[in-house]
Design a protein around this ligand. Sequence first.
Ligand code: MD6
Ligand code: FE
Length: 231
Amino acid sequence: MRSSNHNHETEGHNPAAEVSLFPELTPPSIESLAEGVTLLRAFCLDQAPALFEAVSSIETTSPFRHMVVPAGHTMSVAMTNAGELGWTTDRTGYRYSPIDPANDRPWPAIPAVLLDLAQSAAAGAGFPGFTPNSCLINRYAIGARLSLHQDKNEQDYGHPIVSVSLGLPATFLLGTLRRTDTPRRIRIEHGDVLVWGGPARLVYHGVAPIAQGGHPLTGPFRINITFRRAR
Ligand code: MD6
Ligand code: FE
């Protein structure tokens, strides 16, 4: 079980810590993982059903799809977007686009419950006045992963990124500015929010393959929602 005075960064050392028997009793807490990276544990636990509902409404218009990266392979993570600008990739490159290439229509608007959460989390981590115009939704089935990358398709690195996780837990890989440094392994659970900015904005990071499991809200998936000011 979780308690705020344990170190959660050492992933996998205590099997009993894997599942909280009383998730509703998990206290919110604030942890600084690195300069500019703040983990707000259980920050959105109460709103999780409404957030998941908002994701479901987005995917009725802009469904999850597996995009192709410039190198040619298909991502194991399924993605969709909301907001003025959505992140996409295909053989020709990565970009932000106002149009969903799957249906040639604008991405759905960011639902208020998502926007409010992004703003309050950013403020809680020291970035007041965050006005995201891009919301990327990642859906991980069991075994899906995201290889080490930097987020550098945005125009202004002065804006933070707010990252919300729902459903199955993940091991987040938190690297440094050098790709070759061994990343730290951080366990991220349902309801956790990461706020990422300042000197950490360009550090390498990724997600290890999602372990087998099931979640009462999301079933066999992990959902990660990142909010950005893309330009
Ligand atoms: C994920 N997140 O957690 C993937 N990027 O599924 C990211 O790639 C990410 O969480 C930039 C800032 C925060 C993130
Ligand atoms: Fe990223």
